[in-house]
Ligand binder design. Structure first.
Ligand code: ZN
Length: 212
């Protein structure tokens, strides 16, 4: 599953699993719908592999930022506290959480919550505001944050009503769309935001420069 992933990214993901910061709850399948359990062959290992493979879409530099943070984590549980929600981001814990059925059925759900987590780390090391709100943990990041906030404020970049609610959802919904929707449709919707995601958010080279 991780064959095409660079050794560096693979090592970071391995660290996160070893430190249980990519973590599957023991009852993630036993308490889930039988179809979900069946999909994962009743194997928690396969749930973990699914989460890890979804994380691979993020640039290595962003995954390293997550690994180097003391608490940031991703977990798969049987059900969210608010039932029927596929996932959520818990700011006070810097935890991206997804239900096992969400991992299976809600395309891009885990990636959305991880985007909220990364947005928080980039904005303030998970201690204050998010990058998308115009913040930055460093001056170089604050510059990126201001650029991203300006993209949100320009209504030409609107993607959905949900994404229009606030800058955090704007970024998360766009990232999710980038990973799940037709790119042709996305660049026709908002070429500027599409280009920003392609050349910045999903560019390891970009983040290596900004985070150095
Ligand atoms: Zn969200």
């Amino acid at each position: 599953m991780l064959r095409k992933v660079s050794p560096e990214k693979r090592a970071i993901l391995k660290d996160l699993v070893a430190e249980r910061r990519i973590h599957v709850a023991r009852d993630a399948l036993t308490a889930a719908h039988p179809q979900v359990r069946e999909h994962f062959g009743n194997s928690l290992k396969r749930v973990e592999e699914s989460a890890v493979s979804k994380l691979c879409v993020f640039p290595t530099a962003l995954l390293r930022l997550m690994r180097d943070h003391p608490r940031a984590c991703v977990s798969v549980v049987a059900e969210m506290p608010e039932v029927r929600r596929p996932g959520g981001y818990f700011r006070e814990l810097t935890e991206a959480k997804v239900a096992s059925w969400g991992l299976r059925l809600a395309t891009g759900a885990l990636e959305e919550e991880v985007t909220h987590l990364l947005d928080h780390l980039l904005g303030s090391n998970g201690e204050g505001g998010n990058l998308s709100e115009g913040n930055g943990a460093t001056e170089a990041l604050a510059e990126v944050g201001r650029e991203l906030l300006a993209l949100y404020e320009d209504k030409a970049n609107k993607y959905s009503e949900y994404g229009d609610r606030n800058p955090r959802e704007f970024l998360a919904q766009w990232v999710r769309a980038y990973l799940t929707a037709e790119h042709e449709f996305l660049w026709e919707t908002a070429l500027e935001m599409y280009t920003w995601l392609r050349d910045k958010w999903f560019s390891d080279t970009f983040w290596r420069e900004v985070l150095q």
